[in-house]
Design a protein around this ligand. Structure first.
Ligand code: 5GP
Length: 238
């Protein structure tokens, strides 16, 4: 598969076209951004770690019956993916209270959420990804009711699979964000799953092992991502 032109440059990934319109190349860069791109830093090895981490997780999800866009790893920082028609709605599941939920509702960080919450956000940096509900998504034509139901079903299925996976590796899956798209009319999981888009805490100490280390200036960001990868058995080059 030949890489052609740059289609889109996001905050942490670049999307390239290929000689086959059904496939794209995702390039994971070392750029790390927070606060809708207000703060951007280069963190050495992050692109490689996230690319390999994402590949590992997507393979687990595919095996569990979740359709994903991932085809195969191409290099340390690149993966071949299906060209999805992306739905501009982010699906967030929370098992423990953190982040914007704590700010919005004034609850204590770390409070267990039973059952887990499911939220929708509009993917729009200028508007700072506002929270929306199903009726907004349907009324504005971002997704149909059937598509939203399938996105919710798959997002909760991902929770079952990944909560168990992280638990066995001594971590709590606090929350995560997923994005979906359409491929031949089917809802398929797109974007990435990495410590950039989820919260992971050590099960015993509740130490943060995710992008909150960057957002909160705690340092040791890539070291934490590599620790998560090591605990899961994700193969990383030295
Ligand atoms: P919160 O709403 O608490 O800011 O985020 C909830 C979860 O979704 C966190 O795991 C966070 O990393 C992820 N998330 C939500 N929006 C985004 C986003 O625009 N980019 C990334 N990388 N993660 C997001």
């Amino acid at each position: 598969m030949q890489k052609q032109s740059e289609l889109y440059r996001g905050k942490a990934k670049t999307v390239h076209t290929t000689d086959d319109p059904n496939f794209l190349i995702l390039e994971f860069r070392d750029d790390t951004s927070a606060f809708d791109g207000e703060r951007i830093e280069q963190l050495a090895r992050k692109g490689m770690v996230n690319n390999r981490f994402n590949h590992f997780i997507m393979e687990k999800l595919t095996a569990a019956g979740v359709p994903t866009q991932l085809e195969r790893l191409l290099s340390d920082t690149e993966s071949l993916v299906k060209n999805l028609d992306m739905i501009p709605v982010e699906c967030v599941v929370r098992n423990l209270a953190a982040g914007s939920l704590v700010r919005r509702l004034g609850v204590e960080e770390g409070m267990a959420l039973t059952p887990p919450t499911f939220e929708l956000f509009l993917k729009n940096d200028e508007l700072h990804d506002p929270m929306i509900n199903e009726s907004h998504a349907i009324a504005f034509g971002w997704a149909t009711a059937e598509q939203l139901a399938e996105m919710k079903r798959l997002t909760l299925k991902v929770n079952e699979v990944l909560q168990a996976l992280f638990d066995e590796a001594g971590m709590l899956l606090v929350d995560y964000k997923l994005e979906f798209g359409l491929f031949n009319g089917e809802i398929v999981l797109g974007d990435e799953f990495s410590p950039d888009g989820c919260r992971l805490w050590d099960k015993e100490t509740r130490e943060k092992l995710d992008k909150d280390r960057f957002r909160q200036g705690l340092g040791g960001v890539v070291e934490a991502y590599e620790e998560v990868a090591k605990r899961l058995g994700v193969p990383l080059p030295a």
